[in-house]
Design a protein. Structure first.
Length: 198
């Protein structure tokens, strides 16, 4: 049937509809059709919003991780006796491991042996002379009876370190060095902090 200007007149079933060979016919004047379109649009918006949120979380997490760096108390070096014997490999690192032993030394330090989680922190001297353990030195924590130490621990006003007991899994922060007077074994010396972790 032709209309006024020669164009086909839509039938009742075609009136107010949108059709395409590749798309489903949706009555535009029906509530159900409008609701379907809204759901489709809202669904795409929700997916995009979720993707943006995930990307934001990943980026913020990466930034936070990158910003976390160990902090060492440089003033502790003023109280290390004969500091030139220690070859500094890294001025400040954080390591984890299990405490295997704790000894009070006559130089005032706690000499702590750590079974390090990261085995790359030990060398052949640690394996040969320290049973494969990383040495930790908590300086000026005890009375000094070794004359060679001299006045190194004088005026030491840093808070006493609370050393977790043997068997504790700990996180320790300090300077990573090689002790040239002790076969160049690896140490964290002096340590700034040590604390038990799960």
């Amino acid at each position: 049937m032709s209309g006024k200007h020669g164009f086909p007149t839509p039938t009742a079933s075609q009136n107010n509809t949108y059709s395409s060979k590749s798309q489903k016919i949706v009555p535009l004047n029906s509530y159900k059709g409008a609701k379907t379109i809204c759901k489709f649009v809202n669904g795409k918006t929700a997916v995009l919003t979720l993707m943006v949120m995930i990307i934001a979380v990943v980026l913020s997490s990466s930034t936070a991780h990158a910003a976390v760096t160990p902090t060492c108390d440089k003033s502790l070096w003023q109280h290390v006796f004969l500091p030139t014997r220690l070859h500094i490999v890294d001025p400040c690192i954080t390591a984890t491991g299990v405490i295997k032993s704790i000894h009070v030394e006559n130089d005032g330090d706690f000499h702590i042996k750590l079974l390090a989680d990261n085995s790359s922190l030990i060398n052949q001297a640690n394996i040969k002379f320290e049973n494969g353990d990383l040495v930790l030195e908590a300086i000026c924590q005890n009375p000094v009876s070794r004359s060679e130490v001299g006045s190194a621990c004088d005026n030491f006003n840093h808070p006493a370190l609370s050393i977790p007991p043997v068997g504790s899994h700990v996180k320790v922060t300090g300077s990573y060095v090689l002790d040239t007077r002790n076969n160049n074994w690896a140490e964290i010396h002096p340590i700034t902090s040590i604390a038990a972790i799960p």
